[in-house]
Design a protein around this ligand. Sequence first.
Ligand SMILES: Cc1cc2nc3c(=O)[nH]c(=O)nc-3n(C[C@H](O)[C@H](O)[C@H](O)COP(=O)(O)O)c2cc1C
Length: 356
Amino acid sequence: MSLLFSPLTIRSVTIPNRLWVSPMCMYSAGSDGVVQSWHSTHLSQFADGGAGLIVAEATAVVPEGRITPRDAGLWTDEQADAWTPVIRSVHERGGLIGVQLAHAGRKASTWWPWSDAQGSVPDGDGGWRTVAPSAIAFEGLAEPRAMDAADIRTLVEAFRTATVRALRAGFDMIEIHGAHGYLLHEFLSPLSNQRTDDYGGSLENRARLLLQIVRAVRETVGDGIPVFVRISATDHAEGGFTTDEATIVSTWAREHGADLIDVSSGGLVAHQRIDVHPGYQVPLATAVRQGGAVPVSAVGLITDASQAEQILADGSADAIFLGREWLRDPHFGLRAAHRLGADVRWPAQYLRAVWR
Ligand SMILES: Cc1cc2nc3c(=O)[nH]c(=O)nc-3n(C[C@H](O)[C@H](O)[C@H](O)COP(=O)(O)O)c2cc1C
């Protein structure tokens, strides 16, 4: 009996297996943050390919929260309406799909990866002034403006209204992006947060914004919908957010309404030092799972069915997110099930190709 292909029920949603698609920005929305046919094709293929859950890319809750001018958004009704056929397409294939709600903070307003330019997009070229907990730039990017108390209140409401739109569009769950050096992570880390008000200093203060957003999202979705939080469980840099702190914050996030912590790492500073190897972030997930007594997912250089199965068998995580392996093989779930001798739902149209 494969653990990877065993179901996981979170609140009123039963996820058919624990092999999930990690949120991945496609930088392919219109300049108005509206998703395109690309998103439909891209996300639907994973439902056909055996993914238990697909979490759609970092989707900005306000325009200035986009990483690039081509990011998807959920700050207008038009954006929400454009998500609906994408979600329907995934549902028609028997899949489940959530969205990662995000604000890129001081790492917003940058060029998309394959554009000719790099770094911050100037105002005249479609860029904007970024915001952050403190006016400290990410190395190589423009200096952000420090958010004031009114900005913070507005942001919590933006997460709330984006959640309303996400539900109306039809998403099955919500993930809050608290990782990779984006705004909520910037509040968590002392390297980017040097505030002296209620949102800076102690861990309780640095976590306050994230927890207010978790609570706002939970209040908005009600009891039935799963809410995940993605965190960076270390900055991989001296003086940064630590795994012990991440564990405590994860417990608090659970108390505020989160169901699962999606444990990633890094992204806060350019001078981070990461020892990248297969499954390199799994020990972080395990630390949060054990120390924080919360369900967790593991992600990061997990590329093989047996590797993923072993992580679950070891009790290191409750579910597995894969990113790039799904890009290499959108039918990875079908192959993984075959490899592990597990059942997975094949598209009826493809049944003649089932391995027997
Ligand atoms: C093209 C691409 C876009 C990504 N965009 C996001 C994103 O929107 N949100 C996020 O939390 N992580 C993002 N990531 C990180 C992945 O979700 C994942 O955590 C990372 O790639 C490590 O997993 P992997 O080794 O299985 O790819 C992105 C990664 C890639 C390759």
